[in-house]
Design a protein around this ligand. Structure first.
Ligand code: HEM
Ligand SMILES: *[C@@H]1O[C@H](CO)[C@@H](O)[C@H](O)[C@H]1NC(C)=O
Ligand SMILES: CC(=O)N[C@H]1CO[C@H](CO)[C@@H](O)[C@@H]1O
Length: 317
């Protein structure tokens, strides 16, 4: 029993090590030399046209990696018998599918059957965030695409916005990401939108006691307690236009102005709080730590070598 467990662990470690070892920045240098630039061209045009696309593309990569690894399973369409990840509750507001399809279409013209949808997702997140003035990080390539996408797995693998600190740490740990990674990656909420119905439970009938009363009054104006306002979108970080990648998200947590309970929870322990303070005080620390954590997230559960496949259309198996 003990030996078989050790053997199993050994095999698992070798698999993890070899999977990540195979990702390289110049993976497509010979097979699709202009590919990385082609993705960047499509992504920057889309974000230039509408800055909100940056948040959409960043969240797509996160949801992809947390469910079955970064294998583009988030892009697959539901089938008559089975609901896919993208149609699960937490994913219903995902944005950016069209941009990925556009990049894939361009790549299929120049180097058919070569460039994975999973790599496009990973590059798109990086290109979008650096385009809006956020950090730029390395994107090692060579991921392959999976064929399975289940709504139930999105529900069971993605963190919830009512999670406690402990629940957040354990959810990220299951993906090989530590507490520091979890805190810095939460900084993604410096951009993007959320539904009022995600926010109103903290505002009505009485406000969550941990929230700043000035903030509560402002949020109540943005999200009235009415059914018709439930599906309205508001900025997660309402400062600087809501689409600026900066440390304001962390500053807002410290002044008790975080939108989600899971954001407020980051200062509910002393180790979490000290990480938030460090990030709130230094944009360069936030940027370099965010980039490093994104590179790490981009390696979660990847398929490489002969695993998986290269899809020709990202929504089709
Ligand atoms: C720590 C746990 C996390 C929780 C509980 C969480 C939860 C949420 C929720 C509830 C929304 C709004 C969804 C809606 O109203 O439809 C959201 C939006 C968003 N999340 Fe997270 N998230 C987490 C971590 C992350 C991470 C790690 C990233 C990326 C690295 C990320 C990126 C985003 C972005 C960019 C948006 C805005 C999307 C848009 O405007 O289209 N989140 N998140
Ligand atoms: C509440 O927010 C204001 C800014 O709107 C800030 O000056 C104040 O320090 C905050 N109060 C607490 C208790 O965090
Ligand atoms: C944003 C969203 O649609 N969230 C939903 C996620 O799924 C759970 C369970 O199905 C719902 O309760 C949430 O409202």
């Amino acid at each position: 029993m003990v030996t078989s467990r050790i053997v199993f662990l050994g095999v698992a470690l070798v698999l993890v090590a070899s999977a990540s070892a195979q990702l390289t920045e110049n993976f497509y240098a010979k097979t699709c030399p202009g590919g990385v630039q082609a993705v960047a061209n499509v992504v920057t045009a889309a974000v230039r046209a509408d800055r909100r696309n940056a948040a959409g593309l960043l969240r797509l990569h996160f949801h992809d990696c947390f469910v079955r690894g970064c294998d583009a399973s988030v892009l697959l369409a539901s089938t008559p018998g089975s609901k896919a990840e993208k149609d699960a509750g937490p994913n219903l507001s995902l944005q950016g599918f069209g941009i990925i399809d556009q990049a894939k279409a361009a790549l299929e013209k120049t180097c058919p059957g070569v460039f994975s949808c999973a790599d496009i997702l990973s590059l798109a997140a990086r290109d979008a965030i650096s385009f809006i003035g956020g950090p730029k990080w390395k994107v090692p390539l060579g991921r392959r695409d999976g064929s399975v996408s289940l709504a139930s797995e999105a529900l069971s693998n993605l963190p919830g916005d009512t999670f406690t600190f402990k629940q957040l740490v354990s959810n990220f740990a299951k993906k090989g990401l530590n507490e520091a990674d979890m805190v810095v990656l939460s900084g993604a909420h410096t951009i993007g939108l959320t539904h009022c119905f995600k926010v109103t439970p903290r505002l009505y009938p009485s406000a969550d006691k941990s929230l700043n009363s000035t903030f509560v009054a402002a949020q109540r104006k943005l999200c009235p307690n009415s059914g018709s306002a439930a599906n309205k979108f508001i900025h997660i970080d309402n400062t600087n236009g809501g689409q600026t990648f900066d440390v304001k998200y962390f500053k807002n947590i410290l002044t008790h102005q975080a939108v989600f309970k899971s954001d407020s929870a980051l200062i509910s322990t002393s180790s979490g709080r000290s990480k938030v303070v460090t990030l709130a005080n230094s944009q360069s620390t936030f940027f370099s730590a965010f980039g490093a954590a994104m590179e790490k997230m981009g390696r979660v559960g990847v398929l490489t070598g002969r695993q998986g496949k290269i899809r020709t259309q990202c929504s089709r198996r």
